[in-house]
Design a protein around this ligand. Sequence first.
Ligand code: ADP
Length: 557
Amino acid sequence: MIQKTRQRWRGWLEIGAMVALCGILGALQYRWIGEVSVAERERLQASLQSGLTRLSQDFNEEISLLCRAIMRGDDSAYLVRLKNWQESGRHIGMLRGAFVARPVNGDMQLLRLQTDTESEDQIAWPPEWDGMRRQMLARVSGERTRGGVGARGDLTLIDLPRFGRGPGPGPRELEWVLLDMDAQYLSTVLVPELLARHLGEPAAAEYLYGVYARNDVARLIAGESVGAPDAEVALFQPQFDTIFRRGGGPPGRRGPPPNTTEGRWTLAVRNQAGSLEGVVARTRWRNLAVTGGILGLLLAAVGIVLRTTRESQRLAEMQIDFVAGVSHELRTPLTVIRTAAYNLRGKIAANPAQVERYGGLIQQESEKLTALVEQVMQYASARAGKTIQATKEPVDMQSLVEACAASHEGILRESGCEFEVRIASGLPLVLGDALALERAVNNLLANAAKYGAAGKWVGLFATKADGGGVEIRVADRGAGIPAAEQAQVFDAFFRGRRAVEDQVHGTGLGLNLVKGIVEAHGGTVTVKSAPGKGSEFQILLPPAPDGYQDEFTDSTS
Ligand code: ADP
């Protein structure tokens, strides 16, 4: 008993330890996944930012290339150079118009460069460029002002002065080339192309982008309003240092690093599936769910292992009880037989009445032994997979139940029990093994005699069942079966606590065999019991097919 309690405690401790271990693992995993998620977010952020920086460099370089192409050389042959640039075929759509502003007779002339007609046509100054024109005039007349002459707020006009020797010291602006860039083309063709190049085709598709005016973040030039961006970069900053460098070689390595913090535009991007933070958080939850699932699976596996271990432990205990029980069962009849044999060899041999009595005892006890051995052998053969139902023949259930009643009547009456038998006539035939079925009913009657005789009443009822088969009930008014044991009584080797305590002889195999036999006949066996009031076992057997029934009815009528 103490050992069993100790074992149970150990079992619970093991379960507790496993659950605690899983809990610790879960907590650690939660923390690690959190750390990994933060690192992942930082990595994504950094790679996104560096992609945008490269994009900005390429964007600016694309514009600078155009500027360099036109401003190359000291002369005013802009038209030829513009044509050459157009023929190079690089994003020619980004230039909406090219103009030259040239001082003539104290005024500023505005010429449109027309590559299709190869002409420079004088046009009127658009009113919005008026401020720029006045600035240019001031510069030409020697006034020194800082910065370009371009109109403030005009985000697409690039003014490129051509320098030369003036009357004063140092170089002076002689004339200007004005490039009117196409915002639509730049933001909807060039930007997406560069996004795909620097973020990778599939990743670029995951991002929403918006191009805003740098000095006015509310002014969306193209794309979509991205709200809180994951990353942003400045765009549209022609690299004047490389444009006006003599020799016109490619920029980059020789000059200072391109500036990506200044520009007329801001490019902002955000992950379509929400912010980058949200995407990482979702991945984190997915990882956590998978980890949780695995830990759950682990716990379930531990549970199953523990359950099966318990089950086999219980089975082992039952088998030990069974061996002890069988030994006990063998010992009693053997003692009776040995004593009877000893007596028969003595003086009693001369007394026929005593010989008769001892002979009867030996017969009775050896029958008990035979029944015991029979039961064990049947269980063994059922376990070995041999069929319980040896033959399959139509069984007359009425005669079978009557025979069972007759064989138990004597024992029950001897133990002072009223034996109520009610067998309906015309019970349907059952297809099966008559001997096995008889054994099943007898087993229930023997149990009623063993455990229910104290109630002084045992009933045996056989009727036609609702479904057309046969219903056999064996009832008693004995001590009944405790609710906790009712589910187990049909298990092999199971013996009730009271049966063990009261040392009622038995092996714990009887009801298991009954169940095996009934189920082999396609039937069911159930128990209803109220502790202190008695028990009732019910066997339901299906009828034999109609052909058999008809034959049987004909032969009995
Ligand atoms: P055994 O009788 O050899 O113990 P069984 O398989 O026939 O084995 O029965 C299993 C247990 O079911 C018994 O030990 C007993 O506790 C309980 N039992 C069976 N029949 C009855 C009954 N009619 N009344 C009370 N308990 C019963």
